[in-house]
Ligand binder design. Structure first.
Ligand SMILES: CC(C)(COP(=O)(O)OP(=O)(O)OC[C@H]1O[C@@H](n2cnc3c(N)ncnc32)[C@H](O)[C@@H]1OP(=O)(O)O)[C@@H](O)C(=O)NCCC(=O)NCCS
Length: 187
């Protein structure tokens, strides 16, 4: 069993009055928002991500290696989860990524990644809750802007949370690599 090691300091959410003070969570004491723990491998975190996209078979060892890398990345990865504390399961998740830039006086740019809520928990404002918390965390950590990529059908969801297409600046272009290999851990 993995240890209860958080991927970032849980005090950050308290410091900025995020997390347990969110209106949605006040209404249901069995739910809490916190950083991803290493032990969430055993709370269905990867199964939840499988509701978003292909995850593949990830061993606990692989998960721990990736977790350690992200944890030691100097404030880059803010993987955050919503836990049903009664069932002890991860029921919502998203990641705030803080990208360091040279532009704008060595600024920070925030990205919102991998927003997902467990099917049985949808429609209870949990998606909205985790997006709002991470959007506020990105601001509190000093980012000059926060962006996200989404399917066309999801645009209204994010627009309802304050995100907007910028005129002349709303394109995401991609190249899909045919065979993604295992990332080099030391990179
Ligand atoms: C998208 C997702 C995270 C929404 O989670 P949720 O907890 O059901 O959403 P909420 O209950 O917080 O919804 C908040 C509001 O957004 C609206 N909303 C939810 N999904 C929406 C959608 N696809 N399009 C437009 N509005 C949407 C809700 O109606 C609600 O409106 P209200 O505040 O007026 O009641 C969830 O459906 C999910 O995990 N989907 C699969 C993974 C996915 O597609 N993730 C997004 C990747 S970009």
């Amino acid at each position: 069993m993995s240890a209860e090691i958080p991927i970032y300091d849980p005090e950050l959410l308290k410091k900025y009055n995020l997390g347990e003070r969110h209106e949605t969570l006040k209404g249901d004491e069995s739910l809490c928002v916190r950083p991803l723990y290493m032990s969430d491998y055993n709370r269905g975190f990867l199964e939840l991500l499988g509701e978003l996209t292909e995850v593949g078979n990830i061993s606990e060892e692989q998960f721990q290696e990736q977790f350690e890398f992200m944890k030691n990345s100097h404030g880059t990865y803010y993987c955050t989860v919503i836990i049903d504390t009664i069932k002890d399961r991860v029921v919502g998740a998203s990641t705030l990524l803080m990208e360091r830039k040279f532009i704008r006086g060595c600024a920070l740019r925030a990205r919102l990644e991998d927003v997902v809520v467990s099917p049985n928990y949808r429609g209870k404002q949990l998606g909205k809750c985790i997006v709002e918390i991470l959007t506020n965390l990105g601001r509190a950590l000093g980012a000059y802007k926060m962006t996200l990529d989404c399917k066309d059908s999801m645009t209204p969801f994010y627009e309802s949370l304050g995100y907007a297409k910028e005129p002349g600046n709303s394109n995401t272009l991609s190249i899909r690599y045919a065979a993604a290999s295992k990332p080099e851990p030391k990179l």
